[in-house]
Ligand binder design. Structure first.
Ligand SMILES: *Cc1c(COP(=O)(O)O)cnc(C)c1O
Length: 405
């Protein structure tokens, strides 16, 4: 098979029903090819406008009266995200950071499984996930048991079952792996973990807005996830927190703040958490940052997660095809599972000089990828705004730079 040409990529853009969505984003410099949508999504024009009017009109004009509008933003944003992750509206709230939400839910889960003293996660999980679980294990005197998933493999029921026993209280894994993009088998793993009597906590950071997620169908217990990656909510925008409906009242989180309190403004002396998802809130939410979550999630819903996934697989297929023809002969390798059922929305291109090539892509190629230790260039074309020609050009630049090196 011969490599797809630039004209082939142009033809795919012409036929792309999602192409008009690019115009809904700020494209400050059209020459820059953005392959890093999984680190920080682009800015939606509507969010830029909304944040301007919120700052000037609501903060500047309404002052403290603005809270009449702002108080339900965490639950309203939760409703817009719920639609994308197969959750009920009352099962999701948007608050704090992913790191903090992970701490809250992991702690609550452990309290709900007294007598069990093991937490399971993947050895190569995202660092903050590892650190949070290490800290909890240290504080509580628990064992942190690490699962090995080899590059090109994904977490499934068979693999996870190897580390499960009656001591395991909690398993926490990423739905899409941040480096390899391996897509875990959510229903299979969840069922295996629950069969062992443990609770399952999914990290959706690299999945939400990029792949279809059905927490309800998987009967998932708990989940957290970023909004500033594929949901395009903005740097540091607060994070997703999901608890299955029947578990909400059973779980108590460790950060007892007034936003989780029943009848908050009665200012009572003792903590009595609300009976709904808001019991997982802590303190005053970052209102300006929250504005971007609702808009970002709605944009993804409007484009349709099914259509986005279809385009994303085509974009990444193009990377795989060009890799085969151009890069593999130069010593590159793919660090992502090949099967469409087993990968998320980016491709890990592995090369011994990856770090150097990434720097050159940015400095000389006008391409923004990102580098992950030890040898990975991540190309993450976000399907809502990336084009096929951009992907083709990004691959062509990488080929050029690798030839010179
Ligand atoms: C991006 C990412 C995070 C980031 O957490 P923050 O609290 O927002 O810094 C956490 N976990 C995973 C898997 C991620 O990909």
């Amino acid at each position: 098979m011969t490599a797809p040409t630039r004209a082939d990529a142009q033809a795919l853009d012409t036929e792309d029903p999602l192409a008009p969505f690019r115009d809904r984003f700020v494209i400050h410099d059209p020459e820059i090819i953005y392959m890093d949508g999984n680190s920080l999504g682009r800015l939606p024009i509507e969010t830029q406008d909304r944040i301007r009017s919120m700052v000037a009109g609501e903060w500047g004009g309404q002052l403290v009266r603005g809270w009449d509008e702002w108080l339900d933003l965490p639950t309203r944003a939760g409703v817009s995200v719920a639609a994308l992750i197969g959750a009920l509206a009352e099962e999701v709230v948007v608050s704090d950071s992913t790191t903090v939400n992970l701490f809250k839910l992991a702690s609550a889960a452990l309290d709900a499984r007294p007598g069990r003293n093991v937490i399971v996660t993947e050895a190569d999980n995202f660092p903050t996930d590892l650190y949070v679980l290490q800290g909890i294990a240290r504080n509580r005197g628990l064992e942190l048991r690490l699962l090995d998933v080899r590059p090109g493999e994904r977490a499934d029921a068979r693999l996870v079952s190897q580390v499960l026993d009656e001591d395991v209280a909690l398993v926490s894994l990423s739905h899409v792996h941040y480096r390899t993009a391996a897509l875990a088998d959510m229903p299979g793993v969840t069922a295996a973990v629950q069969d062992a009597g443990a609770l399952m906590l999914w990290d959706l950071c690299h999945a939400v807005g990029a792949v279809p997620i059905d927490l309800g169908a998987a009967r998932a217990d708990l989940a957290v996830g970023c909004t500033y990656k594929y949901l395009n909510a903005g740097p540091g925008a607060p994070a997703v927190l999901y608890v299955r409906r029947d578990l909400i009242e059973e779980l108590t989180q460790p950060v007892w703040g007034w936003f989780g309190q029943t009848d908050q403004f009665a200012m009572g002396p003792e903590y009595h958490p609300l009976p709904d998802i808001r019991r997982f809130l802590t303190g005053t939410p970052p209102i300006v940052a929250l504005a971007g979550v609702e808009i970002g999630a709605r944009l993804i819903s409007e484009a349709g997660i099914g259509r986005l996934r279809e385009k994303s697989l085509r974009l990444t297929d193009l990377i795989l095809a060009l890799h085969e023809d151009w890069l593999a002969p130069m010593g590159f390798d793919i660090g992502t599972p090949r099967s469409p059922d087993e990968r998320g929305a980016h491709i890990a291109l592995r090369h011994a000089a990856a770090s150097d090539l990434c720097r050159k892509l940015i400095e000389k190629g006008n391409v923004i990828p990102d580098f992950r230790e030890p040898d990975v260039i991540r190309y993450a074309p976000a399907p809502i705004y990336a084009s096929f020609v951009e992907v083709w050009d990004a691959m062509e630049k990488l080929r050029e730079l690798a030839q010179i090196a």
